[in-house]
Design a protein around this ligand. Structure first.
Ligand SMILES: Cc1cc2nc3c(=O)[nH]c(=O)nc-3n(C[C@H](O)[C@H](O)[C@H](O)COP(=O)(O)OP(=O)(O)OC[C@H]3O[C@@H](n4cnc5c(N)ncnc54)[C@H](O)[C@@H]3O)c2cc1C
Length: 511
């Protein structure tokens, strides 16, 4: 029998349901005079070269590389230390000026764009140092502007046989990777930023306080994990100024390629191989249309790819014997699931040649439709419908539902009379669908196609954003995906950490 006193407490406890709260985050900021004073104070606090209102600098900091449309901020500041960041945050608070961190600028949902309120763009480029390397502990401490590619190149150069396995866009920085909860092709083996690859982070809060989420020990059960608050928070809760990264052993890899009668066959083969414990680092799906694009793109090359649904696989192993054995098991599993044409790179040069096809797949997709547009995030389309896009829908579903998602999307694409090459991090159930359109009418069809893709992914217990975060582009799907109470909980946390809504306002939380 339940304790009656306890039941009485529960029954009479005040309830404050989150659903229906509709918390409004602040949208009132300083006046133009306040902003001018803030910029004056920034100029007084920092060397001249670290504070810029030059329109060319503002323009670059408000747009993605290779795109024309910019969403500029009022001023760009380049801090060099945590103390500098605290100074900027205190000025931002005093003059009610929004503050947006800028890392590698590879995020694709308008995460770092200026909004109507404009404000201070904090460019972390000068905070790019690796501060400590602990080889014996397989970790390192670095500043937020350090890029994952530079970190791995530096470890290689020093002959340290370790690497940081999260691999989003080339040029992504550690601060941006934490803030978008990133992943990449290695996720099937190493998981995502939301795993334990970041042991701790030093963060400047909107109050100007500096916190370190925990110490460097591999394990820690001291309370809940405050680092997780900042993983995927998109710079809305704090500015990361230092982090400890866990490293993995750098193992030799080889590449294999195999074709299947359908995406379903390919997915089943990859799941079977993973469940057998075959040591795979990446399993990437290119659908038949992407393979056709590869042939069209490689017109100067000698290789003619079979235009069938294909898996590109990186096999990992401590020694060649391990890799050969894994390749043998993989080939066997693939053939049991209808795989044909299994090709295994015997040398590094062959591996590089095969994997470069996977790397070129996206560009091949665009090259196949010269002059066409590819569907980007909604934010760019709504801002500038004439832009040529390089981004795409990135959906994710439980792995076993991926074939259903692909089949449904393929049917919808055919019914809409459009083309949409698909590339997937198939071991994670993660799919890039690149919807190509040529004119206004096709754009309309593409828009409704993309909306239906998101719906299909949600219906299959998936997500509208497997790895690119929310930013401006995906806000409108958040309540449907997560539920009103979960979104309100996020907003309540935001409100308590940043009551003035100064940190990256307008992003992530639905309006
Ligand atoms: C070609 C290409 C391929 C990609 N592939 C992948 C992929 O496979 N997987 C994947 O996950 N993503 C991928 N991305 C997306 C992108 O690389 C990731 O989202 C990446 O994590 C962004 O890091 P960044 O340094 O570029 O962040 P930015 O774009 O600079 O910023 C992203 C967000 O983080 C915030 N931020 C930046 N630094 C800090 C900081 N120090 N403190 C607090 N907030 C901060 C910004 O304000 C912004 O909200 C790809 C992008 C491109 C262009």
């Amino acid at each position: 029998m339940p304790d009656t006193a306890f039941m009485s407490i529960i029954e009479h406890a005040p309830r404050a349901p989150l659903a229906g709260t509709k918390l409004q985050l602040n949208r009132t900021y300083g006046s133009p005079e306040d902003y001018a004073k803030a910029i004056e104070e920034l100029r007084a606090a920092f060397p001249a070269e670290d504070v810029s209102t030059d329109p060319a600098v503002l323009e670059v900091h408000g747009r993605l590389q290779n795109y024309t449309k910019s969403f500029p901020h009022s001023v760009v500041v380049v801090p060099r230390s945590t103390e500098d960041v605290v100074r900027i945050v205190n000025i931002s608070r005093e003059y009610r000026m929004p503050i947006v961190a800028y890392g590698g600028a590879t995020s694709v949902e308008g995460h770092f764009f200026g909004t109507d309120a404009k404000g201070i763009c904090v460019d972390m480029a000068a905070m790019n140092k690796v501060l400590e390397i602990h080889e014996a502990d397989s970790d390192l401490v670095c500043q937020p502007g350090a890029k994952w590619t530079d970190i791995n190149a530096m470890l290689k150069e020093k002959g340290i046989p370790l690497f940081f396995p999260l691999d989003p866009g080339i040029g992504a920085s550690i601060g941006g990777m934490i803030s978008t909860g990133c992943s990449g092709t290695n996720a099937v083996k190493y998981g995502t930023a939301k795993g334990e690859w970041f042991l701790n982070a030093t963060v400047v809060l909107p109050s100007g306080e500096v916190i370190k989420t925990r110490r460097r020990s591999r394990k820690c059960s001291a309370g809940f994990d405050t680092l997780r608050l900042f993983l995927g928070a998109e710079g809305t809760l704090g500015l990361v100024t230092e982090a400890t990264l866990r490293l993995a052993p750098l193992l030799p890899t080889r590449v294999a390629v195999v074709q299947f009668p359908s995406v379903a066959h390919a997915v089943r083969a990859s799941t079977a191989a993973l469940n057998l414990g075959v040591n795979l680092q990446c399993i990437e799906l290119l659908d038949a249309l992407s393979m056709r694009a590869l042939n069209a793109y490689n017109t100067g090359g000698t290789r003619a790819w079979p235009e069938r649904d294909s898996l590109f696989i990186k096999i990992q192993g401590a020694t060649p014997v391990f890799i050969d054995e894994s390749a043998r098991i993989l080939r066997d599993v693939a053939e049991r699931h209808g795989g044909t044409g299994f090709e295994f790179a015997r040398t590094e040069a062959e591996a590089e040649e095969l994997w470069s096809a996977r790397k070129n797949a996206m560009h091949a997709g665009y090259a196949m439709f010269p002059g066409a547009q590819a569907f980007g995030t909604d934010v760019w389309l709504e801002s500038s419908p004439t832009l040529k896009m390089l981004a795409h829908r990135l959906l994710s579903v439980p792995v076993s539902r991926l074939p259903e998602l692909v089949t449904t999307i393929q049917k919808d694409v055919a019914a809409a009379g459009l083309n949409a090459p698909m590339i997937g991090h198939v071991g994670d159930g993660n799919l890039h669908a690149i919807v190509i359109y040529r004119d206004e009418e096709e754009e309309k069809a593409a828009r409704s196609l993309v909306a239906s893709m998101v719906k299909h992914a949600l219906d299959l217990d998936g997500t509208c954003t497997g790895e690119h975060g929310v930013g401006l582009g995906k806000k409108k799907f958040l309540v449907e995906e997560l539920g009103e109470s979960t979104v309100e909980l996020m907003k309540h946390i935001k409100q308590s950490v940043d009551p003035l809504n100064l940190f990256n306002p307008g992003k992530l939380y639905p309006d």
